[in-house]
Design a protein around this ligand. Structure first.
Ligand code: ZN
Length: 115
């Protein structure tokens, strides 16, 4: 996997799905300040950053200061499979048991038992 020179630059290739800032700008807080970190859904769009827990806004971008739109750049298109794939454990109860076959000649429902 190639090393990213600057994770913040990579995250800013995309518009932010959370705070709706355009590509080229830092993330924004609800109070209109530069967010200290990029929103997770935004940096998850960068395959090399998916393992990160956070991507901090560089100090020279002014985290905590009043947010201003950065230079406009063309937003990169997220990959089709942008969401990480999770493998869920299989549940034993989901596989039909071969031992539970219907009993031959017993078609009338029995009271008190389900299944
Ligand atoms: Zn954001």
């Amino acid at each position: 996997m190639p090393e990213l020179a600057e994770p913040a630059v990579a995250a800013e290739q995309f518009d932010c799905p959370t705070c709706s800032v355009p590509a080229g700008s830092t993330c924004r807080t609800r109070g209109g300040k530069v967010a200290p970190m990029y929103h997770t859904p935004r940096f998850m769009l960068v395959p090399q950053l998916r393992a990160e827990l956070e991507v901090r806004t560089p100090a020279d971008r002014g985290p905590g200061r009043t947010w201003e739109m950065g230079p406009a750049i063309d937003a990169a298109a997220p990959e089709a499979a942008a969401k990480p794939t999770r493998v869920l454990p299989t549940h034993v109860g989901m596989v039909p048991s071969p031992r539970r076959r219907p009993v031959q000649g017993c078609s009338a429902p029995r009271a008190g038992r389900i299944g």
